[in-house]
Design a protein around this ligand. Structure first.
Ligand SMILES: Nc1ncnc2c1ncn2[C@@H]1O[C@H](COP(=O)(O)OP(=O)(O)OP(=O)(O)O)[C@@H](O)[C@H]1O
Length: 353
């Protein structure tokens, strides 16, 4: 059985469940309004300090995590399988207790404030919990009915709107078990969107989807973000993060390696000098003589680690041409998030973990 943060065992609407054993929220009567601050100084929507989880077997799944997710961002939580992403999300949603450290979501401490926070959070964790024998529409009706704050008189309209939102209106009367994986994910998103949310938390939302399904989910995420919802999504796909996210945090083996705006993370990687020439061997000799490292040749294409800023690219190019190398193209190719990851870890981004 898959799970949403809100629907661990009961047909609760996404975001509505709060563990009964939790202490009452000390701030419930005086909720802060983090988003009311100046947009250029957004209060973090998610903030953790030293967040740590050691499972009973002794495995340290998350190790001293300091995370800061700006309001209005599409925040990619990136890491290979087993790096601690799901464990972190489960702590953020109050589904499991941290071993140490603190987490605040929408300005409130978690898990203590789960009752206050979760109604404002739409969560999709490891796929939606659906009844296969019910239609897509009836699954949403069931979610909506389980929300005590949802007015039954407006249920039909709410469900219809959510189905429209995710592009499932035409398929809404088919049984959920006949849905493709992508349609099931979209139905899960529709459930999370039955009420307005300030934060969407999506755990590997495109996992197992075909390229078309991935595109659909990604464009929906972009639309939701454009409407002002902060989206926190985990992924083990670097290109997915580069395509949809404004910010990212990179995890490996339970530890946070780096976080920040995606453009800055990618730019922090030095990139590669690339030269296209019919004389690659001569070009390699000259670049080596000028101190360049990491040379690799593939046919008429020669690449090398980008030179330090002190080296003028124009001088390098002139040296090649001056020594008779015929240059078809010459330039530094921008660093990618993958380059940054490899530079940080000294290893490739192994999706198999
Ligand atoms: N309930 C559990 N009990 C013990 N160990 C666990 C439990 N859940 C996860 N782990 C371990 O904790 C580590 C982190 O797992 P987690 O699922 O958080 O990583 P992840 O980055 O989300 O990976 P994936 O994408 O594969 O889910 C892994 O080594 C995993 O085996």
């Amino acid at each position: 059985m898959t799970e949403t943060a809100a629907a661990r065992s009961a047909p609760e609407p996404a975001g509505a469940a709060a563990p009964d054993s939790r202490a009452p929220d000390s701030q419930a009567s005086n909720p802060r309004a983090p988003d009311s601050q100046a947009p250029d100084h957004p209060t973090p929507v998610i903030e953790t300090h030293g967040l740590t989880k050691r499972y009973r077997g002794g495995r340290l799944a998350v190790d001293g995590l300091d995370l800061s997710v700006p309001g209005g961002s599409v925040f990619g939580f990136l890491g290979p399988n087993g790096s601690g992403k799901t464990t972190t999300i489960r702590m953020l949603m109050g589904l499991i207790d941290p071993t140490a450290g603190t987490a605040r979501v929408l300005g409130h401490p978690m898990p203590q404030a789960a009752r206050t926070v979760l109604p404002e959070v739409g969560a999709l964790i490891e796929g939606p919990a659906l009844y296969g024998y019910l239609s897509g529409r009836d699954n949403l009706v069931r979610y909506d009915s389980a929300d005590p704050t949802a007015d039954p008189r407006t249920r039909r309209a709410r469900v219809g709107h959510a189905l429209e939102r995710v592009g499932l209106a035409a398929a809404s009367d088919r049984k959920a078990k006949a849905y493709s994986l992508g349609m099931k994910q979209r139905l899960g998103l529709a459930a999370a969107l039955l009420r307005p949310r300030r934060l969407l938390v999506l755990d590997e939302p495109t996992n197992g989807l075909d390229p078309q399904g991935m595109r659909e989910i990604r464009s929906l995420v972009r639309e939701l973000a454009a409407e002002g919802t902060t989206v926190f999504l985990s992924s083990h796909l670097l290109d997915e993060i580069e395509q949809v996210c404004t910010h990212a945090a990179v995890m490996a083996r339970g530890r946070l390696l780096v976080q920040g705006p995606v453009a800055e993370l990618a730019a922090s990687a030095r990139g590669r000098l690339a030269v296209t020439t019919p004389d690659p061997a001569a070009a390699a000799r000259i670049l080596t003589a000028h101190g360049l490292t990491g040379l690799a040749t593939d046919g008429d294409r020669l690449t090398a680690d980008a030179p330090p800023a002190a080296v003028d690219l124009a001088d390098l190019n002139a040296a090649l041409v001056g020594d008779g190398v015929r240059v078809r193209s010459f330039g530094v190719e921008g660093g990618s998030l993958e380059d940054a990851f490899v530079a940080l870890t000294g290893e490739g981004f192994d999706v198999a973990g």
